[in-house]
Design a protein around this ligand. Sequence first.
Ligand SMILES: [Fe+2]
Length: 231
Amino acid sequence: MKRSEVNTIIREADAFVKSFQFHLPPFAYWTPEDWRKKGPEAKEIADHKLGWDVTDMGQGRYHELGLTLFTIRNGAPENLKSGRGKTYAEKLLIVGVNQITPFHFHWQKTEDIINRGGGKLRIQLYNSTPDEKLEEGSEVTVSLDGVVHTLPAGSIVTLLPGESITLPTGLYHKFWAEEERVLCGEVSTVNDDLTDNCFLDALGRFSDIEEDEPPLYLLVGDYGTYYLYAD
Ligand SMILES: [Fe+2]
């Protein structure tokens, strides 16, 4: 993706989030120049990959296959192992109409996806097989706002504003918005995008960026370039 496109998407996402009276933390608006001046006190943001993430899964068709995320908080995998400290994460997902986040599951992360407002969120579900394919034959059991539902393989669940689903580990999910863009929340155990996404089809998790203008704000993949204390 071109950086100019990423900047436009971030500007529009920020306005969309604000339209719900939802406010992002200060680091959402730190510029590349701000980041160059930050010391080790800001290391948690870079180390835990908090902040903006605009991805086209490396496919160059962002509006059909892509997602904008903002990670508000996140622990480290060590927290999960020890059961202490920040064992949790919170994100926003901005899901466009017919913009697909393709089938994937997580080995470690249990996540709740919440429709915070906008259109309808559609989520298709399959159990995974031991060799990480879609399990066509088995029913899927999920909790929707505390109520258990057992559904045929490949069912599409609709979440209206206010509704949510708990996605357990190993459950394949694919989602998109209908009618209007959706502001989703995600509340989960620790998120590790480097090791904990199993995509059904071989896709990248992050975008390749062509630098045609300066970044408005940094993506999580930019901290190593602009922040002196990034690992
Ligand atoms: Fe997921």
